[in-house]
Write a protein that binds this ligand. Structure first.
Ligand SMILES: [Fe+2]
Length: 286
């Protein structure tokens, strides 16, 4: 199995775009990338805009090569409405556009489905699907909450197995802070876990208690599953001091041969925390 993180916060944009290759089938999960509209009271700068177009080009190039595309929810850092035509001829799984969804995402999903139908793209509901591949299998979770609050609706997580190796893409489970997300991860026992860490950068706005729950859940995953690679990224990597928050996790991982790393490190690419460093570039006049 080949797993490549194409875009994420550790690579300079908001995204969880991943390419997984199993016996010659390329699977693209979440073909989208975006920038934080306001951080430290500042809009994205030129450095971030340039990186966004570079990574969007990379994701689109891989999208064209993919046989299977999975979109876990309708936030613009996870899908790109303008690329509807690129999905033609592929097996496309979409988070259920009608159920377990908030109003904003239901509207976006409706618009996206219109584009897909104009482009002649067929699609299937992702929730709960199990798909056999030659040499592997894809298992998609049921609806999982996007973080501690219900107002953001639900996402789906994706597990891909080839032989004895399992990769799991959590989508925006923010922690995982909720029990259902944790249960799905336990049921799959991934060797490589690409997890959306919680929004420590929001602090009390995320919920201090929820942050504690997320850390406890991560400790359980490290202790009980001990994945070979635990990739923490997305919301967590919007925080420059994420590793201070993750200290107990790093300690627990050490004794269990679990590598905790960002998407950039996992895929051997330079670490670029562009959103988290936006204020520093402004101060330095870059
Ligand atoms: Fe996201």
């Amino acid at each position: 199995m080949r797993v490549e993180v194409l875009a994420s916060e550790s690579l300079g944009v908001r995204s969880m775009a991943v390419e997984v290759e199993v016996c010659g089938t390329r699977i693209l999960i979440d073909p989208g990338a975006a920038l934080g509209p306001k951080r430290y009271g500042l809009p994205p700068d030129e450095v971030e805009l340039a990186r966004l177009s570079e990574l969007r080009a990379l994701i689109r190039e891989r999208l064209r090569l993919a046989g299977i595309v999975i979109i876990t929810h309708y936030h613009f850092d996870h899908y790109t409405p303008d690329w509807a035509e690129d999905l033609r001829g592929k097996r496309v799984f979409l988070k259920d556009p009608a159920r377990n969804i908030n109003r904003n995402q239901a509207r976006r999903a409706g618009e996206f489905l219109e584009r897909l139908s104009r482009a002649g793209v067929r699609w299937e509901v992702a929730e709960g699907r199990r798909l056999r591949l030659s040499g592997g299998e894809i298992v998609i979770s049921g609806p999982l909450w996007h973080g501690p609050e219900a107002r953001f609706g639900c996402v789906v997580a994706v597990s891909v197995r080839e032989g004895e190796t399992t990769f799991l893409h959590s989508s925006d489970v923010s922690g995982p802070v909720r029990e259902e997300a944790l249960e799905f991860i336990f049921s799959q026992r991934p060797d490589i876990l690409f997890l959306d860490g919680p929004s420590t950068y929001l602090g009390p706005r995320f919920g201090l208690e929820a942050l504690e729950v997320a850390r406890r859940n991560l400790l359980r995953l490290i202790g009980e599953i001990s994945p070979e690679s635990l990739i923490l990224d997305h919301h967590l990597l919007r925080d420059l001091s994420w590793s201070r928050w993750a200290e107990p996790l790093l300690e627990a991982a050490e004794g269990r041969r679990v590598r905790i790393l960002s998407g950039a490190e996992f895929s051997g690419k330079p670490l670029l925390l562009l959103e988290a460093e936006r204020h520093l570039r402004r101060r330095a006049g870059i």
